[in-house]
Design a protein around this ligand. Structure first.
Ligand SMILES: Cc1cc2nc3c(=O)[nH]c(=O)nc-3n(C[C@H](O)[C@H](O)[C@H](O)COP(=O)(O)O)c2cc1C
Length: 200
């Protein structure tokens, strides 16, 4: 039995949660992150809550030249899925640049329906928590992270390119990188009082 206490103070965790910001690849230097840190982020992902001990998360890590290959694949797919009149060369360039500006791209997958008692949504929820664990960890390491989704991420072609089965769902692409110096990110949230009904 492990001691469940932690040396992290309430002030530290409050600050970490509030200061985590999405930092996009275009706000990164393109420098490489040590693979050991990536492994630690992945390890932290696995400590997320999950129903039925299913640990439904799976990860595909792209780095170095496989980042480019992923970029090439997404550009081809963008061309394929976009009607000619809507196709924008800048979007294709952005897809390519995103890869070189990032250090690692983690494709995060939820394996669902492993247990008939656990609804699919719960596996996806657990994997979303795993992504949050990685984003919070990235913040502490001073790293940028961006959780991207969209038509290309959810496309059948992306699913089959990764060799996924019917029960496996892509929950997002997590772009990780080294943020440019002096970056200031503003964010707001509505007052929590607007979202809470405290039943008395
Ligand atoms: C499920 C999910 C999907 C997301 N997909 C995108 C996306 O496709 N493009 C994007 O710009 N941001 C995406 N985001 C990131 C949000 O835009 C980002 O979290 C939001 O701007 C709030 O900023 P913050 O993370 O700094 O608080 C996604 C976030 C979640 C939770």
């Amino acid at each position: 039995m492990k001691n469940i206490t932690t040396t992290i103070t309430p002030k530290q965790i409050n600050e970490l949660i509030k200061n985590r910001r999405t930092i996009f690849p275009q706000e990164c230097t393109g420098e490489q992150i040590d693979d050991k840190i990536i492994w630690q982020l992945l390890e932290n992902a696995t400590w997320s809550p999950n129903h039925g001990k299913l640990e439904p998360w799976h990860f595909f890590v792209f780095a170095d030249n496989t980042r480019e290959k992923l970029g090439d694949f997404l550009i081809k797919l963008y061309k394929k899925l976009t009607p000619k009149e809507n196709y924008k060369e800048e979007k294709a360039t952005k897809l390519r640049d995103r890869m070189s500006q990032s250090s690692h791209i983690i494709v995060v997958v939820a394996k669902t329906n492993q247990n008939p008692r656990i609804p699919e949504i719960e596996d996806i929820e657990a994997v979303a928590c795993a992504i949050q664990n990685m984003q919070l960890s990235a913040t502490v390491y001073g790293l940028a992270s961006y959780w991207g989704t969209g038509a290309l991420v959810y496309a059948d072609e992306t699913h089959s390119q990764l060799g996924l089965s019917k029960n496996e769902k892509i929950v997002g692409f997590l772009y990780l990188g080294v943020p440019k110096e002096g970056l200031i990110k503003e964010a707001t949230r509505k007052p929590i009082q607007e979202k809470v009904v405290w039943i008395k």
